[in-house]
Design a binder for this molecule. Sequence first.
Ligand code: MFN
Ligand code: ZN
Ligand code: ZN
Length: 572
Amino acid sequence: MEYILKNGIVYDPANEVNGEKMDVCFKDGKIVESVSDDAKVLDVTDKIVMPAGVDPHAHVAGPKLVVGRLYRPEDERKGVAQKTKVTRPEAGFSIPSSPTTGYRYSRMGYGTVCEAAMPPLEAKHTHEEINTTPNIDINPLPLFGNNWFVMEYARENRIDDLAAFIAAFLRVSKGYGVKIVNPCGSEAWGWGMNVHGYDDKAPYFDVTSREVVRALAKANEKLGLPHSIHIHPNDLGHPGNVPTTISTLDSVKDIAKSTNKAASLRDQTIHCTHLQFHSYTGNSWKDAASGAEEVADFINKNKYVTCDVGQVTFDETTTMTADAPMEYDLFKISGLKWANKDIECETAAGIIPCIYSPKTPVSTLQWAIGLELFLNIENPWQVCLTTDHPNAGPFIRYPKIISWLMSAPKRMEMIDNGEVHKWASKRTGLAGLEREYDFYDVATISRAAPARIHGFTDRGALTPGYNADIAVYDINPNDFDPSRNPEAVESAFSNAYYTIKDGQIVVKDGNVVSTKQSHTIWTNVIGYEEEEKQIIDSIMPFFTQYYSVKWENYQVHDHYVPNPTRVDVEAK
Ligand code: MFN
Ligand code: ZN
Ligand code: ZN
């Protein structure tokens, strides 16, 4: 089937197309240069056309989602919608059901979402949920930062073995890249402890966070994976965490990016997620303030670093993370219902609701710090739009965040009319920031940059040969001032005029009109077969003794990934 999207105003930063009136053609699910006269015409005259959105970091599939849904029926009831001819019933606000997650992303014009934390031991379940999430492709990142084997290789500086282990575990878990959460800290939590500084050791392992991160970065670059290491640093959510954040980012400065073709798209060697939660000064919440300027300044000077923000949205949400000790800290502060789980020999997890209110000093501080990061980081290719869904707010708020970024008057109004607590102006620099994003910047932070950062060579741009993943929004940018119409910006980005996924129209006028099976994107390392076999053989005695599952039952077999997008990486 051939289509032509006619007369749209196109924003395609990867191809340096900035608001040009042009047609976009696609055929058999791919973007093409041109189509025949028989092509079906979709008239999008003077509407915004962008590549479909790419979310570089969210929590959308896996067992912690299930725990969240089960223990928060009050959240489940908030997002109820009846089924339609093509959709199942919807449920959930901050932790929507898997089908609901797919529908809501596609209504916003998104086509790809990174599931940011998959414990290999729970990978099978994660894939089952991915398979029931329609309309969006998902690339899951397995957790490596507190894995017992990884900590051992890092301590002994066995980078070759670590590379083989990563290759093997991407295959075993059908994962995409290397995720690190609170390195050594989630392991310490097994003993009721945490690590705080970057040079603290995991108890009984004699290895520091710094050593684990550097070893993983070296192994990642040795393999030349499409994505860099993806890190949630130590000390999340604690006042005074700026030095830990900067030391972490600084510590991989000397590690050269791989020359492998698979790594060639990206510029970074480290991606720091939900940077907002890592940009606090002060000694306690009483004297906490923004460290966004210092952190943004570091990023501005260091092109090897990229980030996503984790923007607070002022919602009642459900937080969930492999940073289990931090969730316990939140429990001590709020006393809300808390769940915790140990993932044997690999990681941990914690879950707790969080209410971010604009009347609360700390929530407001977090909100303003997130916006300051967006506005102080000069190069939009280094910063991505996220709420760390659902941790700082649900992903359905992305359009609202876009409206804040595009309108300085809107931000000032919120500060001046007392809608947000005065800490926003007293303890951050937000009120002095006049920068406003334009549609090209928005397209960069929500599709082009996240796709490049993840090393995707088939999406995030309207390049011929790429997947026909396209979003159309009902705004005429030549006759519209986003600075003065933030509500209209929010509404348009919430309800795509068209969302097209692999050439299929899945959304029209903000309604899901069809569904399709998701792809699971995973990385298949080629060239390490012998090393992988050796490393698996070497861990097997330990695995058999200490894991409560058998290796045969641990691996994610092909039938768990019925619709793969396999990224082959020639690592040698
Ligand atoms: C990432 O997973 C991931 O992370 C992320 O809420 C997450 O009230 C999960 O107990 C948080 N507040 C304070 O201490 C503030 C000080 C307070 C006070 O008690 O004194 N001050 C005021 O109320 C201000 C009054 C004066 C004024 O200035 O107006 C704490 C409290 C808190 C702190 C609560 N912390 C948690 C934040 C961290 C991480 C949330 C979520 C997090 C989730 N993942 O006019 C005048 O001058 C008077 C001044 C006022 C006065 O004194 O009265 C995964 O993958
Ligand atoms: Zn995280
Ligand atoms: Zn996260």
